[in-house]
Design a protein around this ligand. Structure first.
Ligand code: HEC
Ligand code: HEC
Ligand code: HEC
Ligand code: HEC
Ligand code: HEC
Ligand code: HEC
Ligand code: HEC
Ligand code: HEC
Ligand code: HEC
Length: 421
């Protein structure tokens, strides 16, 4: 694939008549004159006819760097007739999917061009290892995505631009274009439920409903350019990349050892890959029966874990209720709030440490939650007693007020009687 040299293009834009042979060369990018790069010269013929491409292209990152239509398409940008503009021997028209990979990579795989923008150059190398890349480049099968299927051809934007196809909340839609297409996926024996399940999962809900950008999208588990499903032995590492403490606990217990021996498919054994749901404390023992017989020691173990988790949940709940009471009664709560956070931290650790199945560690954590919660309830009870004492002190005052009112009433009645007689 031939590419234009930026220096030549810029000269061409400024002095159209002086470069009669501005045929694209491929000697790499030169430093750009920003001022000229900002706009496309009205004498640049491609945009005179292709006005529909102009806007999208100008919004993308490439136009700003002085890249022009004929860098990718070839042609003669000084000719104002279709035949002449397209007649230039460099004209490639619309590149096919494989040519697109070569075109984009001709710049993006070149460290000498990309270094100055702080961009990595591994996209092509990664793409070649992916199922997509193998299908396209090895099998020449155009069902596979090429660079522009995920990035668009003209309005190419960086991943952190919310309008970009590869912005976290848009990635799912980009993958869904093919992965929710039953006819296309049927050919490869692939399900089309990944996107739907993901959207309903703890991760999808965290991303789309809570705008929690720490939640993974498709590419955090699969890679973007290197998209492949993780192998069984890799799954715990993929998840453990974010759930660090869970991974550590998991490998400390019997399930981690079973996973290393290939007898348990890592985290997805209990959490599924796309439909990852929250497991509530009341549901812990139920998950054990999926693999262990109902009356085995393993399930009894699970019931003990469940009991500790439920106990801690109730204790933490009662502490929260006590704090609410204090707030409603107008007490200062900064001190108990602080202690509550300590209890909550231990509580969250139960969900993580539970993966080691280490009952001693779980009992310690559960006890810590219970003891802090008890303290907080104690503070609320003392405050409530004080409030009662307060009300009791007021009792004589009420009594006095009542007596005075009754006396006054009698006085008024007797004086009225005197008046009427
Ligand atoms: C005088 C108007 C005109 C000019 C100038 C012009 N084009 Fe076109 N272009 C057309 C028309 C009309 C079509 C659609 C018909 C066709 O394919 O010939 C087209 C089609 C194309 C296509 C799609 C071709 C395909 O095979 O799918 C590309 C790519 C393209 N032009 C790029 C360019 C570039 C790059 C330039 C500048 C070097 C340019 N055009 C200049 C009018 C023009
Ligand atoms: C970074 C490379 C690149 C640049 C720069 C570029 N294009 Fe394209 N263009 C492509 C690719 C790749 C396609 C293939 C279609 C696709 O994947 O959507 C394409 C497709 C086209 C098509 C035909 C398909 C369609 O959508 O109708 C036309 C016409 C076209 N480009 C015109 C232009 C014009 C005019 C400019 C300058 C304003 C331009 N292109 C700049 C890469 C580029
Ligand atoms: C002529 C060289 C060249 C070609 C061809 C080219 N690019 Fe680029 N691309 C660049 C440069 C230079 C930048 C840096 C722009 C910036 O950072 O402002 C860039 C930036 C990008 C970015 C944004 C990266 C970021 O994080 O900021 C994406 C995505 C991208 N290109 C994808 C593509 C795709 C897809 C193609 C093929 C259709 C392509 N590029 C073709 C030179 C090129
Ligand atoms: C299956 C979809 C997909 C395909 C195919 C794809 N990309 Fe990307 N690309 C992404 C996603 C998603 C991101 C953003 C997340 C990331 O950085 O990994 C991205 C980011 C980029 C970036 C920004 C810099 C970076 O690495 O973060 C560049 C440049 C880029 N891609 C170029 C390419 C090129 C060149 C090709 C073709 C060889 C290509 N992409 C093919 C999905 C894709
Ligand atoms: C243009 C269509 C298209 C797009 C867009 C696309 N894919 Fe694919 N993908 C495919 C096809 C077709 C296959 C089947 C390859 C095979 O099995 O030979 C595939 C296979 C895969 C596989 C391997 C499945 C397996 O078990 O073989 C993963 C993982 C994957 N895609 C993830 C993604 C992700 C993540 C995205 C979005 C960033 C994405 N794909 C975007 C078409 C697409
Ligand atoms: C939390 C991690 C995670 C996320 C997020 C994720 N996947 Fe997966 N995906 C996996 C794992 C793990 C497997 C492998 C399952 C196995 O080997 O049994 C897989 C398998 C696949 C497969 C192969 C076929 C299948 O269903 O087993 C495809 C295709 C796929 N994922 C696409 C996607 C798409 C598209 C998205 C975004 C909507 C996505 N994945 C999001 C972890 C994830
Ligand atoms: C990119 C980081 C990341 C990756 C990779 C990741 N997760 Fe998550 N996970 C999160 C975030 C963020 C949340 C949301 C926490 C929340 O809602 O408070 C979450 C939530 C969860 C939850 C629900 C937590 C709860 O509070 O009940 C489970 C279960 C889970 N992930 C399991 C997995 C599994 C299994 C994998 C691998 C297949 C995985 N995660 C991969 C970041 C990640
Ligand atoms: C044997 C089944 C099983 C396996 C295997 C498993 N988990 Fe869990 N996971 C659970 C159960 C049960 C819960 C609910 C615990 C609770 O609520 O206290 C849970 C809870 C979680 C949570 C939420 C923890 C929290 O903060 O409340 C995350 C995140 C999580 N698991 C991730 C993982 C990861 C990552 C792996 C692999 C390293 C994994 N799980 C392996 C059963 C499992
Ligand atoms: C996906 C299947 C699966 C689930 C679900 C599961 N386990 Fe296991 N568990 C295993 C495997 C496999 C081993 C390893 C057995 C071996 O070493 O022979 C194991 C081993 C154990 C052991 C070590 C002692 C023994 O029986 O070998 C205990 C204890 C245990 N599991 C408890 C639990 C508890 C508690 C739960 C529910 C929270 C649970 N398991 C859920 C598959 C599972």
């Amino acid at each position: 694939m031939k590419l234009g040299a930026f220096r030549l293009i810029l000269t061409a834009l400024a002095l159209p008549a002086s470069v009669s042979t501005a045929a694209p060369a491929s000697d790499g990018a030169a430093a750009l004159d920003q001022q000229q790069a900002q706009r496309i010269d009205p004498q640049y013929s491609c945009i005179v006819c292709h006005t529909d491409m102009r806007r999208a292209f100008l919004e993308g990152v490439h136009s700003e760097r002085g890249i022009r239509c004929h860098d990718c398409h070839g042609g003669d940008p000084r000719a104002f007739e279709v035949a002449a503009a397209h007649a230039d021997p460099s004209f490639v028209g619309t590149p096919d999917k494989i040519q697109i990979v070569e075109l984009c990579s001709s710049c993006h795989s070149d460290p000498n061009q990309m270094r100055q923008y702080g961009l990595t150059v591994g996209q092509l190398a990664e793409f070649q290892t992916s199922r997509h890349g193998q299908l396209l480049l090895r099998d020449r099968n155009f069902d596979a995505p090429t660079c522009t299927d995920c990035h668009n051809a003209h309005m190419i934007l960086p991943p952190n631009d919310a309008r970009s196809n590869v912005y976290p909340t848009n990635i799912v839609i980009t993958c869904a274009r093919c992965h929710e297409n039953a006819a296309l996926m049927g050919k490869y024996g692939l399900q089309i439920d990944q996107v739907k399940n993901y959207r309903e999962s703890a991760h999808g809900v965290a991303l789309f409903q809570s705008s929690n950008f720490a939640a993974p999208t498709c590419i955090d588990c699969h890679g973007s350019h290197a998209a492949l499903p993780p192998a069984v032995l890799q799954i715990a590492n993929v998840c453990g990349h974010c759930h660090v403490l869970v991974r550590r606990a998991f490998y400390a217990g019997p399930h981690g050892k079973a996973a290393l021996d290939g007898r348990l498919p890592g985290c997805t054994a209990c959490h599924s890959n796309h439909g990852t749901e929250r497991v509530l404390p009341e549901g812990i023992a139920d998950t054990c029966v999926n693999c262990h017989g109902a009356d085995t020691p393993a399930v009894a173990h699970g019931e003990e874990v469940e009991r500790l988790a439920i106990h801690a949940t109730e204790e933490l709940g009662s502490a929260a209720a006590a704090i609410d009471e204090l707030v409603v009664a107008g007490h200062r709560t900064s001190d108990v709030q602080f202690r509550y956070q300590t209890a909550r931290t231990s509580y969250l650790q139960i969900g993580q440490a539970q993966h080691s199945l280490d009952l001693t560690a779980l009992e310690d954590l559960s006890r810590e939650v219970a003891s802090i919660s008890r303290d907080i309830r104690g503070v609320a009870e003392v405050a409530a007693e004080h409030r009662w004492e307060h009300k009791l002190i007021l009792l004589p005052v009420w009594f006095l007020t009542l007596s005075v009112t009754v006396l006054a009433w009698f006085r008024i009645r007797s004086s009225r009687r005197e008046g009427s007689s």
